[in-house]
Design a protein around this ligand. Sequence first.
Ligand code: TMO
Length: 312
Amino acid sequence: MKNFKSILVALVAAASVSAVGTATADSVKIPTHNWSSQLVGAKIVGALFEMVGEEVEYIPMDSQTVYQSMCENDIDIVHEVWQGAFGAAFEKVVNEGCVMDLATHDAKTREEWWYPMFVKEMCPGLPDWKALDACADKFTRADSGGKGVFIGGPVDWLKNDAERVEALGMNFVVKNAGSAAAIWAELESGIKQNKPVVIFNWTPNFIEALYEGEFVEFPEYQAACKDDPAWGMNQEMAYDCGNPKDGYLKIGVSHEFKEDNPKAFAVASKINFSNLDIAKQSNYVDTDGMEVDAAAQRWLDEHKDKWEAWIQ
Ligand code: TMO
């Protein structure tokens, strides 16, 4: 498994490329975030743009504030808009008219609380969230005040987990991991010690190729759940539901992108990743231990028949 240090190295490398690169006002600005499929996909998308003669600049960036940056034309494209994590931030700027909802990938996504399969034997009734809650004492830690610990993602993946815990009256606290690698370390340590863990996970991801496990089933997602406190089992609070199960994965672009970079825009309109594409982009790095650039090149080498049509 890829460790956090090598991801950091990749991020620093991406930063120095943009610092010394041949960036001009017209170069396509692509953000790089803190999970593997996005880092690899960003390089694939960038390579496709370069094939049609555009210049590309990679900018390490917070995955929530990037939507405002796209509004301000400081970023041109977010090629992995996950509905669960970023739907609210994305739809806000689309509604404001400063970001374009350009395309929807074939990939269907889910981002949710998840446990490795051995936990199921220790907490009868899973995957129902009430069974998890009844089992909270098995997830406590020295510093959790007697409550179960849920290992959430880095805070920029904004999931409203703490709000959900409160709205559903769960006997849990949310501990945000500092990086994706820190979540996987918590998972591995739980598995090694046979100690129950519940972590933030998503699909498509490399985890499903390595470990058996399940998502926790919360009350079914509906848009009203996050906007309307009266909706759902808690009449006074929003977020009393899970994340979408069949979430979208979209491509969003700045409104100036089409005019500033018409060739890249034409390519971006055709890019379409499947679940397997996203899983592979993650697996090459997190399972096979490849560097981000090599992983991007591998995907390009192995999927020529797919992307050739995108650059016509
Ligand atoms: C945005 N993510 C895939 C990490 O949930």
